[in-house]
Write a protein of this length. Structure first.
Length: 598
């Protein structure tokens, strides 16, 4: 009997303890009411309130809550002014007392109740909306016009657009000279008059370098390419900063305009950079149930000779544990890049590569040396062209042969993706053209053309539709006169998921196969973000390979589902796919990697 009573008493104590945890003594009841305001305005007021946030924090003291409440008057008025409400009435009460009337130490303990009441008042409209003088081609916001809602945010946008217009016209010191904002509460109208002071037309002066950097000053100036003596434009200033950032040698780049103008209204620009760590090491891995594991690594030096030269070594081992008939591939390459060799937007590079490919349909050992130029046309468009001397030793179903080519690779890239690893909007276009000039052995003259087009369209906040088209063609040379890894195969993670790696090729009969000289691949994905970092993907791929451009070819296809885990720097990818067409594979394939499939 006594034991039963003790058990019941212990249970009662536990219930009381849990109840105390569920309703802690520090809890402050907090609410905001705004009669007559829409949901969007109420949400904006709640998001702006510091006292509501402080009341939810267990560690917030009475003085912190009071200080936040006193600051909220100005913050909430700012939200209302931004939405054209210029006659608001705001009350913020702590345990029934107005926060504005309380002394900083008036509260002896944490308040039990916080009440914010907002009467937003009537919505004002713009009466006069005047700004000038304006530079040619200045575009003002559409909302800055008589009769439109009188939002202070729109007025600020109009002021910024007016100043930006003069700066784009070369007047670097343009500013707001005077402003007159007057509210007529009887008519619920706001008059806005802004006067611009353009200042003189300005030319670029010298680039002054401040602070320490391991990159030599003359190289900093060459890379930045500031057009000294030319008319000032904000775009030219931003291009100089972009050129420095593209090198990867700097953790931060800051270009600031001198406060005062020099003789002839020229303006110096001050450059301050913070160097990145000069060396970097990276490792990666990707797994496919049939293609096996791929291990990659690189070592990078960002400032090899003090001129922001970039030296990178890459290594890869592919096909570890791959299926029958597919061996292990090895690749070691290096690339040395130097920016601004014939102008700030043109760089140069040297390359070298050793490669052994043990693929299901061929074995190739190759060595290549190359040099070329890169050019950045704009933030979105870039290109490169070069010369590469390449020797290949080949063994495939056409026999053994050696071939030496002089390759002339050239490519253009137009990249408008919003994120390279996890794009949600935009597109990516890349076109490559490469003449093949025969220098010896079984090599033949030819021409190789490739293309890669990707497009991304967001539907709401959670869904992204993505599509990709790849194509390739070789003309002029026969199959035997081209290195096998420049021919085209289909199947695997980069082309058709669900089909075995390089399973689609040109059938020579008798079990013999070679790569094709015509290729196309189509991919489509629907990506849906779930709660938190988790997302799911449904996809379908198809591939085509033919012996020649105008000859018959074969198709195959695959489809599947995937899961994405967004790490912040790129999603971890898990795809499961199976064949849906063609006779090149069966069973289920598994793919694991980092970043979206395309």
């Amino acid at each position: 009997m006594t034991e039963s009573i003790l058990r019941r008493a212990a249970a009662l104590v536990l219930i009381l303890v849990l109840a105390g945890m569920a309703a802690p003594s520090w809890a402050t009841e907090a609410r905001l009411s705004a009669p007559g305001a829409g949901q969007a305005l109420k949400r904006a007021l709640k998001d702006a309130s510091l006292s509501l946030a402080a009341a939810r924090r267990a560690e917030a003291s009475a003085q912190e809550i009071l200080a936040a409440a006193r600051a909220d008057y100005g913050r909430l008025v700012g939200v209302l002014y931004d939405r054209g409400r210029f006659g608001p009435v705001i009350h913020i009460r702590l345990d029934g007392r107005e926060a504005a009337d309380l002394a900083p130490l008036a509260l002896s303990g944490r308040p039990a109740r916080l009440e914010i009441t907002v009467d937003p008042g009537p919505a004002f409209t713009l009466g006069r909306a005047e700004i000038g003088p304006l530079a040619p081609r200045t575009e003002l916001p559409e909302g800055f016009a008589p009769g439109r809602p009188a939002q202070t945010g729109v007025i600020r946008q109009a002021a910024a657009a007016g100043v930006a217009g003069w700066r784009s016209a070369g007047h670097a010191k343009a500013r707001i000279g005077a402003q007159d904002l007057s509210a007529d509460h009887r008519r619920q109208r706001l008059d806005a008059r802004l006067r611009l002071a353009p200042g003189p037309a300005v030319t670029f002066g010298r680039l002054r370098i401040e602070g320490e950097s391991a990159v030599r000053p003359e190289r900093l100036r060459a890379i930045a390419g500031l057009p000294e003596g030319a008319r000032f434009t904000p775009e030219a200033l931003e291009r100089s900063a972009d050129r420095l950032r593209r090198t990867g040698a700097f953790r931060s780049v800051r270009l600031s305009e001198a406060e005062t103008l020099g003789p002839g209204d020229n303006m110096d620009v001050v450059l301050t950079v913070t160097d990145s760590r000069p060396r970097r090491l990276g490792l990666g891995a990707e797994l496919s149930s049939l293609e096996g594991m791929t291990l990659t690594g690189f070592w990078l030096h960002r400032n090899l000779l003090g001129g922001a030269e970039r030296l990178r070594f890459d290594g890869a081992i592919e096909g570890i544990g791959a299926g029958a008939g597919d061996g292990v591939d090895y690749r070691l390459s290096t690339r040395l890049e130097r920016p601004a060799i014939t102008g700030p937007d043109t760089g140069g590079y040297l390359t070298a590569e050793l490669e052994t490919l043990d693929e299901p349909d061929f074995r190739e050992e190759s060595v290549s040396l190359g040099a070329g130029l890169t050019h950045v046309f704009s933030r979105l468009l870039s290109g490169e062209a070069g010369l590469t001397l390449r020797h290949s030793a080949v063994r495939d179903d056409l026999g053994r042969r050696d071939m030496t080519h002089l390759l002339v690779p050239a490519a253009l890239t137009w990249d408008r993706r919003d994120d390279q690893l996890n794009p949600g909007e935009g597109f990516f276009l890349q076109a490559g053209a490469m003449p093949l000039l025969a220098l010896g052995g079984a090599a033949e003259n030819g021409f190789r053309l490739t293309g890669d087009a990707r497009i991304y369209q967001g539907l709401g906040e959670r869904t992204v539709l993505a599509a990709r088209l790849q194509f390739g063609a070789i003309t002029g040379a026969t199959t035997a006169g081209v290195p096998p890894d420049l021919l085209f195969f289909s199947g695997g993670g980069g082309t058709v998921r669900g089909q075995p790696y390089q399973s689609l090729a040109v059938d020579l009969g008798g079990g013999n196969r070679v790569g094709g000289r015509a290729f196309a691949a189509l991919s489509a994905e629907a990506r849906l973000a779930l709660s938190g970092p988790i997302g799911v993907v449904a996809f379908a791929d198809a591939g085509y390979v033919a012996a020649d451009i105008d000859g018959p070819g074969d198709w195959h296809s695959g489809a599947g589902l995937g899961v994405r885990y967004n790490t912040g720097f790129g999603p971890i990818r898990l795809d499961v796919a199976a064949p849906t067409g063609g006779g090149t594979g069966d069973g289920v394939q598994l793919y694991i990697g980092i970043g979206q499939a395309f």
